[in-house]
Design a protein. Structure first.
Length: 544
């Protein structure tokens, strides 16, 4: 496009073009000045181009920045054009974790993590309650399929019952030399039938298996009396590993008594209480001695109140100024087993019987019930509603629903005002977690007298159940979390000497005082050995 200054003379009348050259020169100079950078004509000529942030001049970029991104300082780690082009996404995410990360990236080139103290709040009835529903099947066809439970889409349908279920996981179980499959259901529509054929669809592949029996319940015919929650439940039969426990027993008062020994020296009217029972909340029993013989031996008692909520029989406590050595047992219609819970249905049972072993109880009669689905007792998968070291009471400041903490290596004084002015959610409380980070260059060197001695790092097991047969090359997090790292050298070498050796900064040093502690003090059986490969003297070492 031609400039106005170059064509203005052609726009003037003919007589001016012929007789007034000085005026024409003035007009051309005037328009040339208007076309200089920053003046009105130059602004108008470049306006369309400046609408494109990629082509805009610095003045336009600064204007865009002031209009759309003025909340940021000018000390950006990215150019203003890049920020302006992405500012829309920032505003759409404003107040979210993404907006916090955006600010810390462009201003400090630093990562940031957001923590919410509310996740540690103790909440009444806040624990996640769940249960597992399990079907055991044959393995005639399942054993021929590769199953990845981390990526499974599977269902089950009863051929006879027409009931359906959604499968969570499928695991093989070796039982007495045979293989069966344990199928966990996330949901199901109704009762399957023992022994029926089921259609199992796994990631589009259809196979058929047969449902096996599962012990799912104990029917109590007679609960007996005087049993305890701690009494042992035994399930016997042709299978293995079924486990059950007494879940509840009846409670009540002491309405009967047995005099094992009347003692001597007692008098009518001596007061009688019930001896406390561990884990029992019984209360309000009261009685007195009502009959004695010539030697003061108790021959009868009178019960005024049998009391409430007692779990099992106990002994009488007699308050007497003269009497000794009486042995009286208090009992009643209490301690009857009300419910037995199946902890593990076991495998392979076709028939089974149940019994309860007790030092005090008697009379229990029950039968084992089988079903196609074993409904495992419900349980909490976390401790959200339990008071614990990690569970906190609300303080309406840090531990509350509307607080958050920013963990970063940047000092809070550099970002707190920016965060509060731009992305801080209204009505919330912000906190900083400052993580000090230092980087050091370390020259790794092995003294010449250690080049043949330093051979290993010794990991001492603090969990004896791990045993000795551990493949070091395949030790995973679930095992290594139980292992305490100990720097090791030849017998008799002190930690003070070993401390002279420099390792990589990522190496986990043993916590504690390393002075004058000999390696021989840390030799224990069942140790797992990690070797250190030495490349050469005065060089880096590699831990494998």
């Amino acid at each position: 496009m031609n400039s106005l200054s170059s064509i203005i003379n052609y726009q003037l009348p003919q007589f001016i073009q012929e007789d007034h050259q000085v005026y024409i020169a003035f007009i051309q100079a005037y328009f040339e000045q208007l076309e200089d950078y920053g003046n009105v004509l130059q602004f108008l000529h470049s306006f369309k181009e400046n609408l494109d942030i990629n082509r805009a001049n610095d003045d336009f970029v600064d204007a865009y920045f002031k209009e759309f991104s003025d909340l940021f300082s000018n000390n950006l780690l990215i150019d203003k054009q890049t920020l302006i082009k992405n500012i829309k996404e920032f505003y759409l995410a404003k107040g979210s974790e993404a907006s916090f990360k955006f600010i810390f990236t462009i201003l400090f080139n630093s990562d940031v993590k957001i923590y919410y103290p509310r996740i540690y709040l103790q909440e009444a009835s806040g624990g996640q309650y769940t249960a597992e529903n399990i079907i055991y099947t044959t393995a005639d066809n399942l054993k021929n399929i590769s199953i990845d439970n981390s990526d499974i889409s599977a269902s089950i349908e009863g051929v006879t019952s027409k009931q359906t279920g959604i499968i969570d996981t499928i695991y093989p179980i070796i039982f007495l030399g045979d293989t069966i499959y344990k199928i966990e259901l996330s949901s199901y529509s109704g009762d399957f039938t023992i022994g029926e054929s089921v259609k199992i669809t796994i990631n589009g592949v259809v196979i058929y298996e047969t449902i096996k029996k599962s012990i799912n319940n104990i029917t109590i015919i007679d609960g007996g009396n005087n049993y305890s929650i701690d009494d042992t439940v035994s399930i016997s039969g042709d299978g293995l590993y079924a486990v059950a426990k007494v879940k509840s027993i009846s409670k009540g008062g002491y309405s009967t008594y047995t005099i094992n020994s009347g003692g001597s020296g007692y008098v009518v009217g001596d007061l009688i209480n019930a001896a406390p029972i561990p884990n029992s909340s019984g209360y309000n029993f009261s009685a007195e001695v009502s009959e004695v013989d010539g030697s003061g031996a108790i021959t009868g008692i009178r019960i005024f109140s049998s009391g409430y909520q007692y779990k099992g029989k106990t002994s009488a406590e007699i308050t007497s100024a003269t009497g000794t050595n009486a042995d009286i047992e208090l009992s009643g219609d209490i301690g009857s087993i009300e419910n037995i819970e199946i902890i593990n249905s076991g495998y392979g049972y076709t028939s089974a019987t149940v019994s309860v072993s007790s030092n005090t109880g008697s009379g229990f009669i029950g039968t084992v019930d089988f079903s196609a689905i074993y409904n495992k007792p419900k349980y909490y998968i976390n401790d959200d509603d339990w008071l614990s070291a990690s569970s906190k009471l609300q303080d309406s400041y840090y531990y509350q629903q509307f607080s958050y903490a920013i963990k970063t290596t940047i000092s809070p004084d550099k970002w707190i005002d920016i965060i509060k002015a731009n992305v801080h959610p209204v009505g919330s409380e912000s906190f900083g977690i400052y993580v000090k980070e230092e980087e050091k260059d370390i020259s790794v060197s092995l003294p010449s007298n250690y080049s043949e001695k330093i051979k290993s790092i010794l990991f001492q097991s603090i969990n004896n159940s791990l045993g000795t047969d551990i493949n070091v090359s395949s030790v995973d997090v679930s095992i290594t979390q139980y292992l305490q790292p100990i720097i090791a050298a030849s017998m008799g070498t002190t930690f003070y000497d070993i401390d002279k050796i420099k390792f990589f900064t990522s190496f986990n040093y043993t916590v504690g005082d390393l002075h004058d502690v000999t390696f021989s003090q840390f030799l224990f059986p069942n140790d797992v050995i990690y070797t250190i490969n030495e490349k050469s003297e005065d060089s880096q070492i590699t831990i494998i």
